[in-house]
Design a protein around this ligand. Structure first.
Ligand SMILES: NC(=O)c1ccc[n+]([C@@H]2O[C@H](COP(=O)([O-])OP(=O)(O)OC[C@H]3O[C@@H](n4cnc5c(N)ncnc54)[C@H](O)[C@@H]3O)[C@@H](O)[C@H]2O)c1
Length: 468
């Protein structure tokens, strides 16, 4: 999880000029294709009101929402200001407002009248924006589609965190909304920041140039101690159950797609980027060995075999268990050589191509230059460059596809059945049905039985993950 304030990376260069911004944006544009529009130094006025300020409404003021706001405000020289916040918990807006205010002072102007608490808060926050501003959506993924829909309706650009969808129906909703955003010439960034990593981009270019030969297989791991408690005990204890489930969104499939969707989407997306396609099917196993007092809806380990159209494989394991070995990384094997895509964390990636199939420090043919630009910053530089240059920029379909193929792995493990891309996309089980009409006091989407237990996936038992 990215904290609100990250020592060493949160400082903004307040003296950065727009000239510097355009310099940085020009580099970004080289990646996004926007370079041709940066022919002069003046930032075009992007608002009818005649100001070049880009306002941001932060929706979901948690760890990542605060971190993404820091990243937005850190785009060198960009005329960005945070003007509104929305959350379902007051303390979250207070914390993020204070933290951002300390770091960015007058560029965070969120008075009480532009602070909105509750399920409708996102609408009120977006209503504070003008066409051309940015809705920054960082709630749990269950709410992504309705929040994105309202941003589009109001003519504002969107940055939304991953995963953007968690099943077939929510993926279709995002894909349909993406088309509407494009029709309205709105820019959409998705928080799959590894796609904005300069070193991974260089690795991709080298792979495309054949340095590893034909890409045959990929493998990766995300195995660590639980950063979130997987035991729901002692339960809501008098707290509003809906809000309690939202607070513990990693534990409930409707809210997040669970830990697999939430944690693994980056790695799965990175492989698909390198491979240049989406897997056509997935088979998987998974289990829950450690029982809590009240089990959540996650397994504590997953093992997926994805198959691409040309038969290439991607083997991936995710384990979230206490006191076991940790492993985090992503590698591939080409017909000539092995390569590393992500090692030890999302950033730095420390990409490499080896001399042959031996993955070893003494066998490196090419290693990515260090240090590496921060991809969380780069994704914002690219989005803002596209907004200012008014270049086409819409990552929503790609983000939805990455989210869908991640859901394929989870679904295959939870059901114990093979699933194809098309079957997942057309699977009617709608985990987020009705979330757009939730209000304070609504029943939670998942109901516990009379003994306080929630329905859990049981491979082979149900048509869908925990229900038929
Ligand atoms: N790109 C990355 O590397 C990265 C890292 C961490 C998290 N994320 C993603 O960011 C999202 C948020 O994760 P987080 O770790 O910040 O969680 P969090 O719990 O810290 O923050 C979520 C915030 O959203 C608020 N919220 C929930 N429902 C809401 C609603 N309907 N309206 C308004 N506010 C609402 C919560 O109260 C909370 O403050 C997730 O989708 C997660 O996968 C991405």
């Amino acid at each position: 999880m990215q904290p609100v304030s990250r020592p060493g990376t949160s400082a903004v260069d307040r003296s950065a000029s727009r000239r510097e911004f355009l310099g940085a944006a020009g580099q970004a544009a080289a990646v996004t294709g926007a370079a041709t529009l940066f022919s002069g130094w003046a930032i075009p006025h992007v608002h009818a009101a005649g100001t070049d300020e880009i306002r941001v409404a932060l929706i979901g003021c948690g760890g990542r929402g605060g971190g993404a706001a820091v990243d937005a405000l850190s785009v060198p020289g960009a005329p960005i200001k945070v003007v509104a916040m929305a959350d379902v918990f007051r303390d979250r807006t207070d914390i993020v407002k204070r933290s951002l205010g300390e770091q960015f002072k007058e560029r965070v102007d969120v008075p009480e009248e532009r602070t909105f608490i509750g399920f409708d808060g996102y609408k009120q926050a977006i209503d504070c924006l003008r066409p051309g501003d940015i809705a920054l959506c960082a709630t749990p993924p269950a709410f992504r589609a309705p929040h994105f829909a309202y941003a589009i309706e109001k003519g504002v650009h969107t940055f939304m965190e991953k995963p953007v969808s968690i099943d077939g129906p929510s993926t279709k909703r995002i894909i349909e909304l993406a088309a509407k955003a494009t029709e309205k010439n709105l820019k959409v960034g998705v928080g799959l920041m590894c796609r904005h990593c300069d070193r991974r981009a260089e690795l991709l270019e080298r792979l495309r140039n054949g340095e590893a030969g034909e890409l045959l297989s990929f493998y990766g791991y995300r195995e660590h101690n639980p950063p979130h408690n997987l035991d729901l005990a002692p339960g809501p204890q008098g707290m509003d159950e809906l809000l309690w489930q939202i607070k513990r969104f990693h534990n409930f499939l409707w809210a997040s797609g669970g830990i697999f969707s939430d944690y693994c989407v980056h790695h799965i997306d990175e492989v698909c980027w390198m491979k240049g396609g989406w897997p056509v099917e997935a088979v998987a196993i998974g289990a829950r060995q450690l029982r809590g007092k009240i089990d959540d809806q996650n397994f504590d380990n997953y093992g997926i075999e994805y198959t691409f159209e040309d038969g290439a494989k991607f083997f991936y394991t995710c384990q979230v268990m206490k006191d076991c070995d940790s492993k985090f990384g992503l590698w591939g094997q080409g017909s000539k050589a092995a390569f590393a895509i992500s090692t030890s964390g999302h950033s730095p990636a420390r990409c490499a191509i080896f001399k042959d199939q031996r993955v070893s420090k003494d066998n490196v043919a090419w290693a990515a230059e260090q240090p590496e630009p921060n991809p969380y910053r780069r994704e914002w530089e690219h989005l803002v460059a596209a907004i200012i240059a008014d270049e086409p920029y819409n990552e929503a379909v790609r983000g939805a596809q990455a989210s869908l193929v991640t859901a394929m792995g989870r679904f295959a493990a939870h059901t114990g059945k093979k699933i194809t891309y098309d079957e997942m996309l057309n699977c009617p089980d709608d985990l987020t049905a009705g979330v757009d009409s939730l209000t304070e006091g609504s029943a939670a989407p998942l109901v516990a039985d009379s003994e306080g237990r929630y329905p859990v996936p049981m491979p082979g038992k149900y048509k869908y993950e925990y229900r038929s």
